[in-house]
Design a protein. Structure first.
Length: 293
């Protein structure tokens, strides 16, 4: 059972013994396992680069993956990785010390992408797009150097839903973060095993486990972002109709191309009527047409 305490991984040492936490933990593990199985993320003998930012989401992902591996449900090798991007005030010793204490194989990489972003992005613009590209490029490089077949990211259900609405409102397309994709180079998978996990569950889990959470706004570029605006809209919908987020997320997995408007996904031009059977007119199916006077 997932709540056995005699053989638990160090990442779960000190876990609350309350029924509420046990239910939360089981739900997260179940959701992660479902995503891994549903999207075919496991290749036996593979090696994953598990990317950690120090936020609640990546801690939750790391714990869930190690729990599944500890239980024999995830036959892959895991290597945790943190990319220190040189942000002012970033506590560089927190993650290395945590990973050592948790007995998690890891690699800490320092690349001052922050200075590059500050130099290239005009004043008043957000840093996120360029910062993300530089981070992703470095993570791909590290994965190759470590012999990994996949880069594993901690985006959760709400990130995926917010990205969908950002693309809808601002990008003019129906798209979001896929749970599984192949990078542009064609040599690495990108996985998001938290795809079915709610942000609220990540928050509750990481706080309950007392993980040393590093704030995500060290660069100071978070205020006023489109993502924050979309998040506020979704928060309002959820407040007025509890459970709305999950319903909308389910819609992303239940798409009907024939009921959308993209001719690249559905052959509208090829639609044709079925041939009507020939029948003899009779009293039941004949229609009397009135004569003109």
């Amino acid at each position: 059972m997932l709540d056995d305490l005699d053989d638990i991984h160090p990442l779960f040492h000190g876990a609350p013994s309350t029924t509420e936490f046990k239910k939360l933990r089981k739900r997260i593990i179940r959701n992660v396992r479902e995503a891994i199985e549903q999207y075919g993320m496991v290749e036996r003998g593979a090696k994953w680069l598990v990317c950690l930012s120090g936020g609640k989401d990546s801690y939750t992902m790391l714990a869930a993956l190690y729990e599944l591996k500890w239980r024999g449900m995830l036959p892959v090798e895991l290597v945790a990785c943190n990319l220190d991007q040189g942000q002012p005030g970033f506590p560089a010793t927190v993650l290395p010390e945590f990973l050592e204490r948790m007995q998690v194989p890891h690699r800490i990489e320092y690349q001052d992408t922050y200075s590059i972003v500050m130099d290239k992005v005009p004043q008043g613009r957000t840093f996120c797009a360029l910062c993300s590209r530089l981070r992703r490029g470095n993570l791909y490089r590290i994965a190759r150097e470590e012999g990994c077949t996949a880069v594993v990211l901690g985006h959760h259900r709400d990130d995926i839903l917010e990205t969908f609405f950002m693309n809808l409102f601002h990008g003019g397309r129906l798209a979001t973060m896929p749970p599984k994709l192949v990078n542009e180079g064609g040599d690495l998978f990108v996985y998001r095993p938290l795809a079915h996990v709610a942000e609220e569950d990540c928050e509750r889990f990481a706080r309950a486990m007392n993980y040393p959470i590093i704030p995500c706004d060290l660069c100071g570029s978070q205020d006023g972002l489109q993502r924050q605006q979309v998040k506020q809209i979704l928060d309002g919908w959820e407040k007025n109709s509890p459970g709305r987020r999950q319903v909308m997320f389910k819609a992303l997995t239940n798409i009907r191309p024939s009921h959308m408007m993209d001719p690249k996904l559905f052959d509208f031009l090829g639609l044709s009527l079925t041939e009507r059977p020939e029948t003899e007119p009779n009293a039941e199916n004949s229609i009397e047409i009135p004569k003109l006077r």
